[in-house]
Design a protein around this ligand. Structure first.
Ligand code: TXA
Ligand code: MG
Length: 350
């Protein structure tokens, strides 16, 4: 099958994609976070094709995308009271909410769980497409499982060319990393995956929220988090610590057959160094990270080093993706002054 790139600004092209989805086919669509591999969420066969095209594990559930909150009641079993203020504040946008599912949701969408993850994306072409299709749309990121998520139409083409008829090209994704997955089906709302909406933003609306996205557990509540993800082909080592130290480490250790992802304000003039935003600019880092990982691979190196940002605000999600891309292969650098000070204080719990 030939994969055609269509224009997300062209209504006829959106209609063609909507028709493909209505007929049980798959298309790649832009969202504000990453490109999604879209199919009718209520068509079990179409959903099964998403899993096979991506090479995705069947125990990893999909997010269902809708264009209006009026679609929520038929897809869920009950609506928690915190849903409304969260939807009001963050939808359309990069927040996915997990609720108990209704029996309309096919089992393969939710990978056998009794919950469903819903979101309204903040992208005009995605919203138009969902509305025109007339059905909820299941869409994981449109990359092959394990590789960096696509933030440009060409990334999708590079991964799944020939497997779907259309890629709707909406340019670069503005956020650049995936939505925050928030479970609101439990007593204490829990962030299962950090993403485009930060912990503090959610806390400011509902007061009580916790984070549980560690992956050491065999049965994490968000099954996708247990897999190595977002990874370039070359093994990646994440370097954690103050930016001056991590930059110095990279400078000292970068060989010709290696590439490095560095912050703009610490980058070195070297053909194998790819900068992905200022050390304090988490928004830029989020927008550039996945493209930078793909570019690093293109250089054809045997190893990639990456500076980890500090894990606050959107930096938490950026660092989470780099950590996952490294398969938890992380070098921790500690400022020797801080180390000496802590030791003098008798505090070794660094
Ligand atoms: O920004 C995004 O969320 C993008 C765009 C396309 O919307 N989608 C995306 O989908 O990142 P995907 O499939 O790559 O990641 C979905 C994540 C996985 O970690 C999955 O395990 C989790 O959401 N998830 C889906 N349904 C869930 C559920 N019912 N309970 C817990 N986690 C769920
Ligand atoms: Mg994904």
């Amino acid at each position: 099958m030939e994969t055609k790139i269509l224009n997300a600004n062209n209504l006829k092209h959106i209609e063609l994609c909507a028709q493909t989805i209505r007929e049980g086919g798959l298309v790649a669509i832009p969202t504000e976070t990453v490109y999604g591999l879209a199919a009718n969420a209520l068509n079990e066969m179409a959903v099964a094709n998403i899993f096979s095209i991506k090479g995705r594990q069947s125990d990893n559930p999909l997010i269902v995308h809708i264009s209006s909150t009026s679609n929520v009641p038929e897809l869920v079993d009950s609506i928690p009271t915190i849903f409304e203020p969260l939807a009001k504040k963050f939808w359309p946008g990069p927040l996915t909410m997990v609720m108990r599912k209704s029996n309309k949701i096919p089992d393969n969408v939710s990978a056998g769980l009794d919950t469903v993850a819903l979101r309204i994306p903040n992208h005009p072409a995605a919203l138009k497409l969902i509305h025109t299709s007339g059905c909820p749309i299941a869409a994981p990121s449109a990359n092959l499982s394990g590789s960096p998520s696509p933030t440009k139409a060409i990334h999708v083409k590079n991964d799944i060319d020939g497997k779907i008829p259309y890629i709707l090209d909406g340019g670069n994704c503005s956020v650049g990393l995936e939505s925050t997955v928030l479970d609101i089906s439990c007593d204490i709302p829990t962030i299962l995956r950090p993403g485009g909406i930060t912990f503090d933003e959610i806390k400011s609306v509902i007061g009580n929220v916790i984070v549980a996205f560690d992956t050491d557990n065999d049965k994490p509540r968000s099954p996708g988090m247990k897999y190595r993800h977002y990874a370039p082909k070359a093994p990646l080592t994440a370097i954690s610590g103050p930016a001056e130290l991590t930059a110095q480490y990279i400078k000292n250790n970068l060989d010709n057959d290696m590439a490095a992802l560095m912050f703009d304000d610490y980058g070195l003039d070297h053909p194998n160094i790819i900068t992905f935003g200022d050390s304090h600019d988490f928004t830029a880092q989020a927008a550039n990270l996945f493209d930078a990982l793909r570019r690093a691979d293109k250089i054809g190196v045997v190893k990639i080093l990456a500076q980890l940002p500090s894990e606050k605000d959107l930096g938490l999600a950026v660092a989470n993706r780099i950590r996952k891309a490294s398969g938890n292969n992380i070098i921790y650098l500690i400022d020797s002054d801080i180390f000496t000070k802590k030791r003098k204080e008798g505090n070794n719990g660094l």
